[in-house]
Design a binder for this molecule. Structure first.
Ligand code: R5P
Length: 307
């Protein structure tokens, strides 16, 4: 068991780190006038275990460099072990080469995180499982599915169908369906041009039923809107609810979801979510899950009861 440990919050989501632990380790993260990151750890970390909480949410690259800089500072200050807690792992969608001359950015980031001395990584609902293989160090993937199901249970009408919006989300949707005792439907989409996609297949019966579309990330909202349109064309509704782990809501995403007539949107706060003026949005705290994981890791305990 590690005797001394510290949670260092990052600039990406200090409220989440504060919710995980009341006594946060002190650090100063700022910017030099030219934009370069400036970091100082304001308390000793020698022989301490450091948990660095930093979702690499937008602006992804800034938050990533801060994460790396703080880990580097901790390593050089003789921290006993550095654990990067990444509630949201940015650049996760660059996880394979889909064409010629493309990088695999998620793999590059994994190498950078290891290069600065991080010994262990904790993430929530990785976009794809192969990202785990990019790391040669311990990686624990937590899931927000039980947390979101708790919030959803009393809110979904009987007969609701859980919908995977893409084939890659079938495993996650199966988890929701099992916990909620609901049937499953699957949509398949494919690219129609370099930038456009379209839903081409629906497997499952959604006619006249409330649908719960589940996903790991809502970014532009495009996937959800396309899915809702396809479900309505297949006779689903009138209610369509959405649950996702990471609510990025980039650009016009919120307006898009509102116009698509989504009844309710459930997300966690793995990334900061501005919920004002959006009564259909419910933000479910992820801090209890992360605090539970950190407690078990400090005690060298198993995380398996959290899944
Ligand atoms: C796709 O595979 C993912 O599950 C998400 O659906 C996707 O990344 C969400 O992005 P957007 O909201 O921009 O469609």
């Amino acid at each position: 068991m590690t005797a001394d440990w510290t949670i260092l919050s990052g600039m990406a989501h200090p409220e989440l780190a504060a919710a995980i632990a009341h006594g946060l380790g002190a650090r100063t993260v700022g910017r030099f006038p030219d934009g370069e990151v400036s970091v100082r750890i304001d308390e000793p970390v020698r022989d301490r275990e450091v948990f660095r909480v930093q979702p690499t949410a937008p602006p992804v690259d800034e938050h990533l460099v801060e994460l790396l800089a703080v880990a580097d500072a901790c390593r050089r200050a003789s921290a006993a072990r550095i654990t990067a807690v990444l509630p949201y792992f940015g650049h996760a969608r660059s996880d394979a080469r889909h064409g010629r001359r493309e990088p695999i950015v998620a793999s590059m980031i994994a190498r950078l995180i290891q290069a600065v001395g991080v010994a262990r990584v904790v993430v929530v609902d990785l976009h794809t499982p192969q990202i785990e293989g990019f790391f040669q160090i311990a990686l624990d993937t937590l899931t927000a599915v039980p947390t979101l199901c708790e919030a959803l249970r009393a809110r979904l009408p009987a007969g609701a169908v859980v919908v995977a919006p893409v084939a890659g989300r079938v495993e996650m949707a199966t988890g929701y369906a099992g916990r909620l005792g609901a049937p499953l439907a699957v949509l398949h989409k494919r690219s129609t041009s370099g930038t456009e996609t379209a839903v081409t297949h629906l497997v499952g019966d959604v006619s006249g039923r409330t649908c719960l579309i589940v996903d790991d990330i809502i970014s532009t909202g495009g996937t959800i809107v396309e899915s809702a349109t396809a479900l309505r064309e297949a006779g689903a509704g009138p209610q369509i609810t959405v649950a996702a782990t990471h609510g990025l809501f980039v650009g016009a995403a919120r307006g898009r979801l509102l116009r698509a007539g989504i009844s309710r949107v459930f997300v966690t706060d793995t990334v900061p979510v501005a919920g004002g003026e959006w009564p259909e949005l419910e933000v479910v705290p992820i801090a209890p899950l992360l605090a539970g994981a950190i407690r078990r890791l400090v005690a060298d305990g198993s995380l398996s009861d959290l899944f």
